[in-house]
Design a protein. Structure first.
Length: 726
């Protein structure tokens, strides 16, 4: 049904951040007198659509910095539309998040709007009008202001109202209190639905209101194509078809329905939204007025929970009604209501109205190049609340030509570090523009500053480096900061000091710690390395390679003129640790698990090497798919066994079966994470042989040994399903 010229807002009396309060608030002076310790300051702004810009401001009260996000909308732009969003797929009480609403409708930006009762289905207390269709009427709350937009796209903040009546075929009529309203507290402190007639359309939700607590003898009449199809008393709500509506009555209104609308009768429903001096096209409910005639108000007819410190959402308009300010202040450091009023006035509002805040406060934005909106603020509680209504901005412009790119990638890099940069393109109307990434060329503005391989950039010197992404005549430049030696506090090398066995290759972990406290992973191209001894060398992969001779030396690592030295020792001392002479809890496991019963892991007396017993790992991969990895585990004990000290690796003597399988050990580090140690890439021997494996350079001690295991790799070309190791 369409409102006949005017909207009326039915809203609840006292509400606190999406919750319902059971009394009507009184006027109260709520000026908090917190000191303004920094002025409102613009941090950045960016265009997000035709006539639509996103701004971030900061301001401080009592040394608490607040974040103010503003979506500024030019209503004179022919491609701009501002409309309410509500529910899910046109169902008001099927609440969803603002981001979901924005994505469902293709909005450029959206904020939450009206208050609602979270303990009920969640219909808004105020008005919802979209494209001149009244979705929900204004509640009977005398102090409530709402945002309305006329058919010529002029925004006004007004008190809205609602009037209506239903007339029976015999001429009897009854006042219609509202459309698609749940129970709320009107300003006159009565029960909202007592002795009242209300109407429910398909936009209300899956069903009509039905019987509700505290109301006896509720009557509902279902009309389809304006013909009464069924009358219910004290029953759950009707499913409302697309071409139907339900009249709901209590008390005298229930009697009116029973006496005048038998099955087969018709009804004449008429209503309008007030004030009717404007041709309203869009409207959405609000709350108390914050700014009037450019002046921030300090006294509000609102409950304490509304005026208290919290996250905020508000809407402001300029005097000509052609600029709209959609504002949120996130919950990191909220503001009092009078402080919100000051901010709205500072932003240029001639009039401004409060919207629902706290956990409901949300702003979602589709940034340039993006195809859908994303959350743009930090919400209270860490996640978005499902709400019934929001206010959204749309870019209705047709597709245009390529205008520019947004380049995404790191803002800071190290010399020699390689990073990938991607683009999102937009057209001349700021709509997303699809472009093949291979059609974009990349180039550093200074050839000696670094080089691109495709869209991957490797800087070769420090400082500010600019590069350009180009497609045809359209180019976009980006700068990255490459950390210089003067910004480095420390080069962190792990391990430090270094102990390696003869012949061992140790991968070094090198990080650059900046004076700002950042810890950045270095790459082989980021640093220069050298050693001062013949017993080891360093390759171009940041690996220290020990020779066969023992000895000591120093590893030097240099980043942009800053150096650090790490002592190293080549040599090893074998420390006997565990035997299987008295080991308890040994058992076999496998992947796939179905093979666990096909093998065993036990202690045996023959064959042995230097001990009384050895461990026998018998495996059988028969029956498992040969095209996948197959594992046979020898679990050392019921629980992993702690390895003493901080060894660089482990070794064991193995009587091989020449299976060509992969032999590994599974170790658990201090954080409970598995560490896998290669003992032999191939079991290519028979008889006893010593094998060794080394722990990663940055392993977290202490360690625990969990398993010795065999891996059958399908790609190795060897197919030996059964075997035994000792």
């Amino acid at each position: 049904m369409r409102a006949r010229k005017v909207l009326s807002l039915l809203t609840a009396a006292a509400v606190a951040w999406g919750a319902f309060a059971p009394f009507a608030p009184l006027a109260s002076n709520v000026a908090q007198a917190r000191a303004e310790t920094s002025m409102l300051q613009l941090m950045w702004q960016t265009t997000i659509g035709e006539g639509t810009t996103l701004h971030k401001y900061t301001k401080s009260f009592a040394d608490k910095q607040i974040n103010v996000m503003v979506t500024k909308v030019d209503l004179t732009n022919p491609y701009v539309e501002v409309k309410p969003v509500y529910g899910t797929k046109g169902k008001l009480t099927d609440r969803q998040t603002v981001t979901q609403m924005a994505r469902e409708t293709g909005a450029v930006a959206a904020i939450n709007a009206d208050f609602f009762n979270m303990s009920k289905r969640g219909a808004p207390f105020g008005i919802v009008m979209k494209d001149k269709e009244l979705v929900s009427s204004m509640g009977l709350v005398s102090y409530w202001y709402s945002l309305g937009i006329t058919s010529d796209k002029t925004a006004l903040i007004e008190k809205f109202g609602f009037t209506g009546k239903v007339t029976a075929p015999n001429g009897n009529a009854f006042p219609l209190q509202g459309v698609n309203k749940e129970e709320y507290n009107p300003s006159d402190n009565r029960k909202s639905h007592m002795n009242q007639l209300n109407m429910y359309t398909p936009s209300f939700g899956q069903t009509s209101l039905g019987t509700i607590p505290g109301y006896k003898d509720v009557v509902e009449v279902l009309f389809v194509d304006n013909v009464a199809k069924e009358v219910r008393i004290n029953q759950p709500g009707f499913y409302i078809p697309y071409n139907g509506y339900v009249l709901w009555g209590h008390g005298t209104a229930a009697n009116f329905l029973k006496q005048n609308f038998p099955v087969g009768s018709t009804a004449h429903v008429e209503y309008q939204t007030t004030p009717n001096s404007h041709d309203w096209a869009q409207a959405v409910g609000g709350n108390v007025l914050l700014v009037d005639q450019g002046r921030a108000l300090t006294s509000f007819q609102a409950d304490k929970s509304i005026v208290s410190l919290n996250a905020r959402t508000a809407v402001g308009i300029t005097q000509d009604g052609k600029t709209l300010l959609m504002v949120t202040i996130d919950g990191t450091n909220g503001v009092y209501l009078d402080e919100l009023a000051k901010i709205m006035a500072e932003l240029g509002s001639y009039r401004a109205v409060n919207f629902d805040g706290g956990g409901s406060t949300t702003m979602s934005v589709r940034m340039l190049g993006d195809t859908q909106a994303n959350l743009a603020i930090k919400t209270t509680g860490g996640s978005e609340r499902r709400v019934p209504t929001g206010l959204a901005v749309y870019n209705t412009a047709p597709p245009g030509e390529l205008k520019g790119f947004v380049i995404n990638g790191p803002a800071e890099m190290l010399i020699g570090q390689t990073a990938e940069f991607t683009t999102k393109a937009y057209d001349t109307h700021y709509q997303p523009y699809a472009i093949d990434p291979s059609m974009i060329s990349w180039q550093a503005n200074q050839p000696d500053a670094g080089s691109f391989t495709g869209n991957k950039f490797t800087p070769m010197k420090s400082g500010q480096i600019a590069f350009t992404a180009r497609s045809g005549s359209v180019a976009q430049q980006k700068e990255v900061h490459v950390i210089s030696g003067s910004e480095v506090q420390q080069i962190v090398v792990s391990p430090n000091p270094i102990s390696v066995a003869p012949g061992q290759t140790l991968t070094l972990d090198v990080k650059i710690k900046t004076k700002k406290g950042q810890l950045v992973q270095a790459t082989p191209l980021s640093v220069q390395t050298s050693v001062d001894s013949q017993v080891a060398s360093v390759n171009d992969q940041l690996q220290l390679i020990a020779g066969e001779e023992t000895g000591n030396g120093t590893l030097t690592v240099v980043y942009d003129g800053v150096a650090t030295n790490v002592p190293f020792t080549v040599g090893q001392l074998e420390q006997p640790w565990i035997t299987f002479d008295n080991q308890a809890g040994m058992h076999h496991a496998s992947i796939p698990e179905s093979l666990s019963s096909h093998g065993s892991f036990t202690a045996v007396s023959d064959p042995v090497f230097r001990t009384h017993k050895s461990a026998k790992l018998a495996y059988n991969f028969t029956g498992a798919p040969q095209g996948q990895l197959r594992f046979a585990y020898g679990r050392i004990a019921a629980q992993p066994q702690q390895i003493p000290g901080k060894p660089i690796g482990l070794g064991l003597w193995v009587n091989g079966d020449n299976s060509k399988h992969w032999l590994r050990a599974e170790v658990i580090d201090a954080h409970g994470k598995p560490v896998y140690v290669d003992l032999a890439q191939e079991i290519d021997w028979t008889g006893w042989k010593q094998v060794k494996g080394y722990f990663p350079a940055n392993v977290a001690y202490p360690l625990q040994l969990k398993s010795i295991y065999v891996v059958d790799r399908p790609e190795d070309g060897h197919q030996q399903d059964k075997g035994t190791l000792y």
